[in-house]
Write a protein that binds this ligand. Structure first.
Ligand code: CA
Length: 592
């Protein structure tokens, strides 16, 4: 059966038996003809078995069709492909377009959803008003709006089915990340770590948008939702009362630890995995303590929301090394044993491999050798071994700290190939000077408390795409980039790695060697994530959103000029203006 027929048939069946969400997506995520969720599958591998495009013919890849999204600011995330329809999101005001994939009218707009949002919410988006895309289940398309609303749309018509308020922009809480659908629940986080938002994840019922549970990143145990056996395998990671005891007074109430990354789900364990961001403010002298559970990987039960385990990567953060980056699930051979692993490339520059059943730390190594705030991670305690001179504090300008606050990588998600057993990681290579200062909390106002200046790391380049062996913690190869590699990666069964660059080049590398095989200049800088699918004509396509912006492109996006603006990133990326300008465009490639 063709995908569209198959999907239509399945939806009828789903409605008939009253099951929804879980079984449907469990099947759909294995169909590589479509791209039904942000990370391609529940494990977030961004790996596709499609094989028409190969190392030999990729040089012939060319645009088949394009689509202007009509908005100018940063386009992170990727479209979805369900049957004969592609669903495309935009930066603020978060428009959604359903596009025809069939026949001579390819790219025709089937429907558009144009939400009306109060434009003032843009003032509480820290680092450009991006959106990271959509999710699909139960005949619905789910959208997180910047103004904190989670919306369910009819996938056939674009009509709003339900709408729930998940975040309050009046206190600086917004939504930028894609929703994640696990079983009958839509799981969403919040942004606002630079506004003193107390982070949380929440589950909403796919059918009617009713909130089922909410789990905070910090605060009393009953708010953090801890399972009875929480951290049983690793009691030294912390167990009871850590969400309050590791904070001075009631600072946990404005504690940060927001939750705007890419989550992964293990249906067998019924656990999902995500990271929490920086503690608020950026001035560590003001908030002594480990500040748990900011900067933490959480594993939670989908049905109850209860945490089975948690591991804090950067206790008492002093650099804004948000822990929100993607979680990728893979079964790896470590020391002759197959381990159910979760792999995470943190902003702090360490690549972590943990046993995802219980949180045990297996590997923690630098994925950029120039990281200098810590020499390593103590495997026994799980804590970083810090370099004292690099710990920032009020009244001192710590200079030459690597990585910069935007991390050895930011949210741009890596891919995993079960063929090569390697992770393909888009990275930043940027360092900083960082000077914290005292700041007062006012709801809805920036709660930053540090002055930053960022600049290229040693060698002068600002990024690379690397291949990483998560079983050993070693770099297999590295392909340097002029600017940060701020796009996600995609890897195929033909051992091709696709990604985009901030200048706007869409590239394909050989997954085994890192050699560049093809590039094409798209209309704007790329911070989106590539996808691949089979069109109704049976051909393999590769698609990417260009549209520069995000933290790295904030200078271009917001028209900023000084180092003090854009949280220190503007000066470092000034030369981007020599390569690209703003504008959201989808480019879809195929072989002739
Ligand atoms: Ca942050």
């Amino acid at each position: 059966m063709r995908p569209a027929v198959w999907v239509a048939g399945f939806l009828v069946l789903v409605l008939a038996v009253g099951a929804y969400g879980s079984q449907e997506l469990l099947q759909l995520q294995t169909d590589d003809k479509q791209w039904v969720m942000p990370g391609k599958d529940y494990s977030q591998t961004r790996f596709s078995t499609l094989s028409q495009i190969t190392a030999t013919n990729v040089k012939n890849l060319r645009p088949a069709w394009t689509f202007s999204t009509g908005t100018l600011r940063g386009h992170e995330g990727a479209p979805l492909v369900i049957g004969d329809t592609m669903y495309v999101h935009t930066s603020f005001p978060n428009n959604v377009y359903a596009l025809e994939l069939k026949g001579p009218d390819v790219g025709k707009i089937k429907w558009a959803y144009l939400p009306k949002q109060d434009p003032s919410v843009q003032a509480v988006a820290c680092c450009d008003n991006v959106n990271r895309g959509l999710s699909f289940a139960d005949g619905k398309v789910f959208l997180s709006q910047l103004d904190g609303h989670l919306v369910a749309l009819n996938a056939q018509t674009g009509k709003e089915i339900w709408k729930a308020q998940n975040a309050d922009p009046k206190v600086g809480a917004t939504m930028t990340s894609a929703p994640h659908i696990y079983k009958d629940k839509v799981i969403v986080g919040v942004s606002g770590g630079e506004f003193g938002v107390r982070g949380h994840v929440s589950a909403y019922n796919v059918r009617d948008g009713k909130r089922v549970w909410r789990a905070y990143s910090m605060g009393p145990d009953e708010d953090v939702l801890l399972a009875d056996d929480f951290n049983q395998a690793n009691p030294h990671f912390g167990q009871r009362n850590q969400g309050t005891a590791t904070w001075k007074g009631d600072q946990w109430k404005t504690g940060g630890g927001t939750t705007w990354g890419w989550y992964a789900f293990d249906p067998q364990l019924n656990l999902f995995y995500y990271g929490t961001g920086n503690p608020s403010t950026w001035n560590p002298s003001q908030r002594p303590g480990d500040n748990k559970w900011s900067m933490t990987i959480f594993a939670r039960d989908v049905d109850s929301g209860k945490a089975k385990w948690a591991y804090q990567m950067t206790p008492w953060d002093a650099w804004d090394y948000d822990g929100v980056n993607e979680m990728i699930l893979a079964d790896l051979n470590i020391g002759g044993k197959t381990v159910k692993a979760v792999v995470h490339f943190d902003r702090n520059g360490f690549g972590y491999t943990l046993d995802r059943t219980n949180g045990s730390l297996l590997v923690a190594e630098k994925f950029d050798p120039d990281v200098n705030w810590a020499t390593g991670v103590d495997k026994r305690t799980g804590r970083p071994i810090e370099v004292a001179a690099m710990r920032t504090q009020a009244g001192r300008n710590s200079q030459g700290v690597c990585p910069a606050a935007l991390g050895s990588k930011d949210q741009q998600p890596a891919a995993f190939s079960p063929r090569t057993k390697l992770f393909y990681v888009p990275t930043n290579h940027v360092c900083m000077d960082y000077e914290p200062f005292e700041v007062k909390y006012t709801a809805g106002q920036p709660y930053v408390g540090a002055t930053l200046r960022m600049f290229p790391g040693p060698g002068g380049h600002m990024g690379a795409v690397i291949a990483w062996d998560a079983a050993t913690g070693k770099i297999a190869w590295s392909n340097k980039e002029r600017f940060s590699a701020w796009s996600g990666t995609l890897v195929t069964a033909t051992d091709l790695v696709f990604y985009g660059t901030l200048e706007g080049y869409m590239k394909a590398l050989d997954a085994k060697t890192g050699k560049e095989l093809w590039r094409f200049k798209t209309p704007s800088g790329i911070i989106g994530n590539p996808i691949t699918y089979i069109g109704p004509d049976g051909k393999q396509y590769v698609a990417i959103l260009s549209g520069v912006g995000g933290w790295a492109g904030i200078g271009l996006a917001a028209g900023l000029e000084g180092d003090s603006e854009g949280l220190g990133a503007v000066g470092a990326y000034k030369k981007l203006a020599e390569y690209t300008t703003l504008g959201g465009v989808l480019t879809v490639f195929s072989l002739p």
